[in-house]
Design a protein around this ligand. Structure first.
Ligand SMILES: *Cc1c(COP(=O)(O)O)cnc(C)c1O
Ligand SMILES: [Zn+2]
Length: 418
């Protein structure tokens, strides 16, 4: 399949030749890749996809770059897991977890970076870079290593050790900036003006963001080519939420789904909830906030795609809600205890909001609900450190075992697990 040759402005429709450009010269709107959906609808697309690799690249015809086999880390095609125990706890009979902790660098960011990295090669960059809340730096460092590019990744001060060390392992140039993510992002936009570097989420954003569509494609395919009734998606810049919905809509355009009536719900941390606030106030305008939350991967105070998030959630009949730090930690434990999946704080946000919406009666009992769990718990161990029990310490004797352990194991688990 040929690489799409053109980009179009989301706001005014102006068309540009494909390249490392990201804002419309006429109106400063964001640019997006153009696809020929009618031509795609005439192809045996379902067969092409189903016989493709078990990664995001099975959807290559609907991505803005081709797979480059030599640099592929094979992100995506992660499990869609039926969540019967968590569903029972929340009163839902058809709940699924999209387990995107199972990616090469343990978060959904591998999807967007894989697409951006293929674009970086196509446009012959030598340095890959990003402004990151943590997971993006990790993914860029890994993919750049695999692609043989230099990496320079920028993070705000105060990130979790797990994210810093997991990123540093690939030996990128790792830069900690005094300030918030929004400061980091502003700096990176300035650097991108001066230096010809592939900032995956700045000048390559039209390519990067399209990778998020694969989280829509996969869920539809894994449900047997049908769209869920509800999805719950965490919001940082808002790109992921918008692109999952775009992915589902594209499957209708190419004839792989009959229709989509999915209600798209957004999840933010209460300590950084500018989109949830605008939603609650029925406002179009997103007021910047200064983040203060344990969900650092979602801590963006000026979300670039916030306006589009509001549009998608409102048009689909979804809601945007926020979770406190306490609820986030409870969400992490609830998912771990009921389903055996350990998520980072962003996943805790998703589960906390899923729970709140279930309690509000947003979902019908038998509707198909998919919650997106986008990152791995080992990266944010700090979040659970004070809410887990220390190991029971014993001497290596049967007597100690019987005295200190047996009763603990025999005790009934609480009703969540019944
Ligand atoms: C980046 C990130 C998101 C959300 O990303 P958007 O900027 O909204 O596209 C969600 N979960 C995790 C774990 C992330 O790292
Ligand atoms: Zn424009």
């Amino acid at each position: 399949m040929a690489d799409p040759q053109q980009l179009r402005c989301r706001e005014c429709g102006a068309v540009y030749a494909a390249g490392p450009i990201y804002v419309c010269e006429k109106c400063f709107g964001p640019l997006e890749a153009i696809y020929d959906y009618e031509a795609l609808a005439r192809q045996p697309l379902r067969r092409v996809i189903e016989s493709g690799p078990p990664s995001i690249w099975r959807y290559e015809p609907l991505l803005p770059v081709n797979r480059v086999p030599e640099i592929d880390l094979s992100p995506g095609f992660t499990p869609l897991m039926r969540a019967a125990r968590l569903g029972r706890a929340l009163g839902l009979s058809s709940l699924y977890i999209k387990n995107d902790t199972m990616n090469p660098t343990w978060s959904f960011k591998d999807r967007v970076v894989a697409v951006a990295m293929a674009a970086a090669l196509r446009f012959e960059y030598e340095v890959a870079a990003c402004a990151s809340t943590g997971n993006l730096a990790n993914a860029v460092a890994a993919h750049a290593a695999r692609a043989g590019l230099r990496a320079c990744v920028f993070i705000p001060k105060g990130l979790e050790q797990g994210k810093i060390l997991a990123t540093a392992a690939y030996r990128p140039t790792l830069v900690e900036v005094e300030g918030t993510y929004d400061d980091v992002n502003r700096l990176c936009a300035e650097i991108a003006e001066e230096y010809r570097w592939a900032f995956v989420n700045v000048n390559l954003r039209p390519y990067y963001s399209e990778g998020g569509k694969t989280l829509g494609f996969e869920v539809a395919e894994q449900l047997g080519w049908r769209a869920p009734d509800h999805i719950v998606v965490p919001i940082a810049s808002g790109s992921l939420l918008v692109k999952i919905h775009k992915g589902l809509s594209e499957l209708v355009k190419v004839g792989l789904l009959d229709g989509v009536s999915t209600r798209v719900h957004g999840a933010q941390a209460a300590g950084c909830a500018p989109v949830a606030a605008a939603f609650a106030e029925h406002s179009e305008e997103i007021r910047p906030v200064k983040p203060n939350t344990i969900a650092r991967s979602l801590a963006i105070g000026t979300p670039a795609d916030g306006r589009y998030v509001l549009r998608v959630t409102r048009e689909t009949g979804g809601v945007i809600a926020a979770a406190t730090d306490e609820e986030i930690v409870a969400g992490i434990h609830l998912l771990a205890e009921t389903e055996g999946i350990f998520t980072e704080t962003a996943g805790g946000v998703t589960i906390a909001v899923l729970r709140a919406l279930a309690e509000r009666g947003t979902f019908g009992r038998d509707e198909v609900v998919v919650a997106y769990v986008t990152g791995q718990g080992l990266k944010t161990l700090e979040a659970v450190a004070s809410t887990v029990a220390a190991p029971v310490a014993i001497r290596p004797t049967l007597r100690d075992f019987e005295r200190h352990v047996l009763d603990l194991v025999a005790a009934p688990r609480d009703q969540v697990h019944a």
